[in-house]
Design a protein around this ligand. Sequence first.
Ligand SMILES: Nc1ncnc2c1ncn2[C@@H]1O[C@H](COP(=O)(O)OP(=O)(O)OP(=O)(O)O)[C@@H](O)[C@H]1O
Length: 345
Amino acid sequence: MNQLSVNSLYCQYDSQSVLKDLSLDLAENEIIALLGPSGCGKTTLLKAIAGLQPISSGEIFISQKQVSGENITIPSERRNIGMIFQDYALFPHLTAEENVAFGLKQGDKTSKAQRAIEMLTLVGLADFAKRYPHELSGGQQQRVAIARALAYQPALILLDEPFSNIDNQSREKLMPEIRNILKQQKVSGLLVTHNKDEAFAFADKIAVFQQGQLAQLGTAEELYYGPQSKYVADFIGKASYLPILKASSSSIETALGTIEIAAGQLATPETAMVMVRPEQVSIKADPNGAYQVQDKAFCGHYWRYTVQSSQDESGILLSYSNENIPDESKVSIELSGPNPAIIKK
Ligand SMILES: Nc1ncnc2c1ncn2[C@@H]1O[C@H](COP(=O)(O)OP(=O)(O)OP(=O)(O)O)[C@@H](O)[C@H]1O
């Protein structure tokens, strides 16, 4: 069952279209990251779902109930959603416990306080209940915000760049913790981010945005090894591209040899090319090799190489290797790992 369905949504500011025919489903207990460059419409979608942004057309359903559509606009406070922002948005004059208890509608003062402590315990802050926001670190304030959002058992939690004000070290610890809490509480989540590492670590699936439209939706691995466009390939990681020299219904020829393809896969040399990730390109020092090391960098547990074909000036490939191969060495290349992706030019 879908916890959220967005159907053919359009949004605009003045006359500028920001979301165009956008559809997205979020299953129960699922976390999806909305990933894309600045200004592509991620926050606008989050606001439209929250009821904070008027829509031009389309429909939004939360827990199977229509909340936006033609002549339907359920107010934000009746959508049963929790929102987490990058600036925590806690009340500065209330303690952590009072912040969490603030939005609870049901129960007397004692039961609200009990619920607040229960939620603070869940996020590991029971001992900080009496502290004010300015007495907490950024990561702790964000945990309080999560406790507050979860306290009223929302159907869905919307997270707008919640980790961007938190230092790298704390973020790496906080992200899996918050993810585990959402999973444990069985709450679905939508995370807005422009950081692909955050999307990979936090979400079950990633929706890559391109100018108000969904370019591709899939798991991190699907998007990494099977992007459908150069835009998605480049946004998700480093890549090299090879022209298709010849194509048949079952294979294609590239400068690196023959690649088998599945029936029906787009593979015409005029409209498609092959994408490979650096770890799919294995290089080996070889005096008779057809490529030469052009540039290299030590990256800790591997070396990153740029190698160039001696026959074709545009034949440039990126490769990761554990071997330290001297500058300007000739190298031979082999493709390894998952089948390379065939994408539209
Ligand atoms: N209140 C507004 N009035 C007019 N235009 C707006 C308004 N809010 C956003 N926009 C425009 O809508 C587009 C999408 O903005 P949005 O905030 O949704 O992008 P985003 O992908 O979340 O970007 P970021 O990652 O920078 O937050 C941008 O071109 C932005 O300038």
